[in-house]
Design a protein. Structure first.
Length: 391
């Protein structure tokens, strides 16, 4: 029996000043001490200040933990979990990009489990051998405050963790891991550098496009996803060119949230399978990896989702014409958007060596689950060919 499956977030506040709601929310929930996990750059830029001020005003104590690394790995998550236990906190606040929000999400899982548990033991890829996810009632209350418009991690049920020895990224979490509250405050994004604005925005676009053409059918979400694609198409270039443009920043914050909701229910595709090894093998920023690979994957997928890609083209303001011309126009519009926001088009320009292509293709196919809902079948040879086209 086939059923449409939906995972929607808990409470979400989106708008300028939303971060200032953290303290009153935790006080209302009976919390007394927050373990605040933040990107070090976010902390040094003062972006944690609104949230911390709200905690102080509400009489909620806090411990600030900033030892977050890009692409959080097993050791960094386990260390943060030890920090949480040592702090004697009773709730978690994550402030930052996907790395901070995923670290916070993963920490909740570890601290809700047995003392000896480690994050690697909760990996999806272990199947029946994975340590059981703790029940939601044992997870610390979690408020997610994003400072980028890209990952949608503030509303998704998973965290992505890197295993540096195996050179792979693995997922942990599940429906119980959705943050209790997301405070999406575009005010915190106004000073985001151009590269990160562009790369995280292209990540959000990739989420929306891959979810829209996914083999999982969730018709309730489709109109919302197309709307988010249109928002990104018109607002991402403005946010890059005019960082303080409040309307563009709000559009991007909302679109990234919709992307997170979309992938929670519809999943992703081959582009993310290809992007993850680019980060774990070659250190390519995740959004940039998606931006480079997405048009190649779209062209490959065309026979399996021609009508859907035509609609993506229309949402991005692409050319008219026949169904096929419009579908082919979708990848062209993505490439144009990538150029407009100043991101490179080739893997070699992102520091990837040709020698990595074959081992990355093997990892993308054998170790990453995202291609399972791709609209066209893939294999390891297809993965390598897509890398070579992008190289």
């Amino acid at each position: 029996m086939h059923t449409a499956y939906y995972i929607f977030p808990d409470q979400v506040h989106l708008g300028f000043g939303a971060a200032r709601l953290a303290g009153q929310t935790l006080k209302a929930e009976g919390m007394r001490h927050a373990f605040v996990i933040a990107d070090p750059g976010v902390a040094s830029a003062g972006l944690v200040a609104p949230g911390l001020a709200s905690l102080a005003e509400a009489g909620v104590a806090h411990t600030l933990y900033t030892q977050v690394i890009p692409n959080p790995d097993c050791a960094s998550v386990d260390a943060a979990a030890e920090g949480y236990r040592a702090s004697e906190a009773d709730c978690v606040v994550g402030i930052g990009g996907g790395s901070a929000l995923d670290t916070a999400k993963a920490v909740r899982i570890v601290v809700a489990g047995p003392q000896e548990g480690r994050i690697a033991e909760y990996a999806y890829r272990l199947g029946d051998k994975a340590r059981p996810h703790p029940p939601r009632s044992r997870l610390p209350f979690y408020i997610a405050i994003p400072t980028t418009a890209g990952t949608g991690a503030e509303v998704t049920p998973w965290a992505v963790v890197t295993d540096p020895e195996a050179k792979l990224k693995f997922g942990v979490g599940g429906p119980h891991s959705v943050p209790n509250m997301a405070l999406i405050d575009p005010e915190l994004m106004l000073t985001l550098p151009a590269f990160l604005t562009a790369a995280t925005g292209m990540d959000a676009l990739t989420h929306c496009i891959e979810a829209y053409v996914s083999t999982n059918e969730n018709p309730v979400l489709d109109a919302m996803i197309l709307g988010a694609i249109a928002q990104i198409g018109r607002s991402l270039p403005v946010a890059v060119a005019q960082p303080a443009n409040r309307a563009a920043r709000r559009d991007m914050a909302e679109a990234a949230m919709i992307g997170g909701i979309a992938i929670s229910s519809k999943w992703l595709g081959a582009c993310h399978s290809l992007a993850h090894p680019l980060s774990s093998f070659a250190g390519v920023q995740h959004g940039l990896a998606n931006a480079i690979m997405l048009p190649h994957v779209m062209r490959y997928n065309l026979p399996g989702a021609i009508e859907r890609y035509a609609q993506v083209n229309d949402a991005l303001g692409g050319p008219g014409g026949t169904l096929r011309a419009r579908a082919e126009g979708a990848a062209i519009m993505v490439e144009q958007l990538r150029r407009d926001v100043g991101l490179p088009a080739r893997l070699r320009d992102a520091g990837v060596s040709e020698a990595l292509l074959a081992p990355m293709a093997k990892a993308a196919y054998e170790l990453d689950l995202n291609w399972w809902t791709n609209p066209r079948a893939v294999n390891v040879q297809v993965m390598e060919q897509l890398y070579r086209e992008a190289f």
